[in-house]
Design a protein around this ligand. Sequence first.
Ligand code: F6P
Length: 319
Amino acid sequence: IKRIGVLTSGGDAPGMNAAIRAVVRAGLHHGLEVFGIQNGYAGLHQDQIVPLDRHSVSDVITRGGTFLGSARFPEFKEEAVRVEAVQNLKKHGIDGLVVIGGDGSYMGAMRLTEMGFPCIGIPGTIDNDIAGTDYTIGFDTALNVAVEAIDRLRDTCSSHNRISVVEIMGRHCGDLTSSAAVAGGAEYVIVPEVAFDQHELIQQIHEGVAKGKKHAIVAICENVCDVNQLAKDIQAATGRDTRATILGHIQRGGTPTAADRIMASRMGAHAVELLLEGLGGRCMGLQNNHIVHHDIIDCIKHLRRPFNEEMYQLSNTLF
Ligand code: F6P
């Protein structure tokens, strides 16, 4: 193996640049040539492939986002599109690919692997919803953003005796929400993994208000309900001013934390070593602080990410 490629795909996540940097620097360290594929699988299909040297990744470790660009590209499901993508890789003499992204990106890497092209997946998403790893790159940074937002909301809520509903990203995974709820001391937490009973929530808030509670934070994962409507319903039932705040894409930007940079660096360097060992079709993980790798096909088809019930229960216990 002489030439490898690296791409970022799906929603960006802070720390992706650190992972690209690690792939490039580790590749060069081992005497490989490294190519960057711009704009994810869409760029791979459109032959947006550029050589990277050590200076291409200077100063990127501190930057959020991905300097290679990223895209969601559902067309990659079509075999004809993937055949052209593999032809582009071969045209540049690339014989191994590192894919940094979430579950959709893993799916693309799995398909390429099934077509005989060696790919290694690195989990990069703020959602922490990938099987085979305790953490995904970007989760820690997004968590810190969400916690800081909750801290700020608490200041203004307590000044005005208000209730604040804060919607946190995560797609269908409640990890970001329950972790932010614990770290931010939120009073109520709602995650997609646990059936949501709005009536019960409002009842609990109502009881809290009746007991003299002056303000409260409700941390809720996105895609559970309309948070603006929920805030109106809480206000109507409790008589307390209630505001909804959707944190949105603010959670996806910013300087990655040290934890995300270090994990990205470890995974990126290790992914290159796997390709050098002739291994393809693997996906990286961090489990019990050890770098591990799993069969990517098995990971997608059979491994399930367990619901972090402990964190959810903790947020309820400490309220
Ligand atoms: O997967 C990361 C994520 O930020 C999710 O938390 C969110 O549901 C989704 O991406 C938003 O996607 P988009 O950036 O395409 O709006």
